[in-house]
Design a protein around this ligand. Structure first.
Ligand code: ATP
Ligand code: MG
Length: 291
């Protein structure tokens, strides 16, 4: 177990951003697989999923911390598949997944963190956000016309800087109160996204996944790139790090994400609750009653 955690840490270290000041997206290669083969990755994923499942049981039993996993990416980067594979060994009772799409009119009647705050994981649980409040500095930044629908009071200064600060404060608050926040940007290249879109068009079983809107959104690729980079530069912190995960090979993305979660849970030093002498005595009496 100790050696697995060490290996997991080594695997994820290059992608973990805890201080974004000098972060540049071009320092990460979406094709990177660290000399790992697909076969070895399969074994590593199985081990990672096992580790995660053990940690999750302790998280649930201890009932002190919550874990929030945030996934952001361009379309077809593999968010859904990664969530499905990495969480495959997890007890469904201990895990909650929420996808955030275009806000509804009810959601637009509230501040932008409201809808996500309603979905935060309870103590002892793992919560997954498939997209999140980070869309507010990504799609909304690339298409600022979305801001009009938000009916904000007049904004003084730079709204994106202000949002970074609000998000950092929110995540600081969550961390202080027992929620571990981990953020994943699955980094796919423009060329690989094209291949995946074409595969979705060609394969009848994948047709449903293709949307003309997604293909159109490609024309803003560079704007998204800049928005992602700026977001990571401003919101990567020690307590709520970003993992910029190479996503051109799905099998590699999955092991990096599993390893990052397992490592972070290991850092929490979770343990099963131990019984007090009084509780042990109660247990002894219960055993007698069963005799
Ligand atoms: P998939 O395509 O795999 O089903 P998805 O997450 O892409 O998953 P879609 O319904 O295709 O789901 O897209 C959701 C859309 O909603 C995305 O384009 C996203 O940018 C947009 N969205 C999410 N949050 C906001 C927001 N706060 N404001 C405006 N648009 C948003
Ligand atoms: Mg989509």
């Amino acid at each position: 177990m100790k050696t697995s955690i060490k290996a997991a840490r080594r695997l994820t270290d290059p992608y973990r951003v805890t201080n974004g000041r000098s972060f540049r997206l071009k320092d990460i290669d979406p094709d990177d697989v660290q000399n790992i083969t697909k076969v070895r990755a399969q074994e590593a994923l199985e081990r990672g999923v096992e580790l995660l499942s053990e940690e999750q049981e302790k998280l649930y039993a201890q009932d002190r911390h919550a874990v929030l996993l945030i996934f952001q990416a361009m379309d077809a980067a593999g968010k859904d598949g990664t969530i499905k594979h990495v969480m495959s060994g997890i007890n469904p009772q201990g895990c909650q997944v929420y996808a955030f799409k275009q806000p509804s009119s009810q959601e637009l009647d509230h501040d932008y963190l409201w809808r996500t705050a309603l979905c935060l994981p309870e103590r002892g649980r793992i919560g997954i956000f498939n997209r999140s409040y980070y869309e507010e500095v990504l799609v909304v930044r690339v298409h600022p016309e979305y801001l009009e629908a938000q009916r904000l009071p007049p904004v003084k200064g730079d709204i994106w800087k202000r949002r970074f600060e609000e998000i950092n404060n929110f995540e600081r608050y969550l961390t202080n109160n027992g929620t571990l926040v981990l953020k994943f940007f699955l980094y796919v290249s423009k060329k690989e996204q094209r291949e995946r879109f074409l595969a979705r068009m060609d394969d009848p079983e994948k047709n449903w996944k293709f949307s003309v809107k997604d293909a159109k959104e490609r024309q803003w690729w560079n704007e998204y790139h800049e928005a992602y980079e700026d977001m990571i530069r401003h919101t990567a912190t020690k307590h709520a790090p970003w993992y910029v995960v190479p996503a051109n090979n799905k099998w590699f993305t999955r092991i990096v994400v599993a390893a990052a979660i397992a490592t972070a849970l290991d850092d929490l030093k979770l343990t099963f609750p131990t019984l007090s002498p009084a509780q042990r005595e109660e247990l002894r009496r219960a055993r007698q009653a069963l005799a």
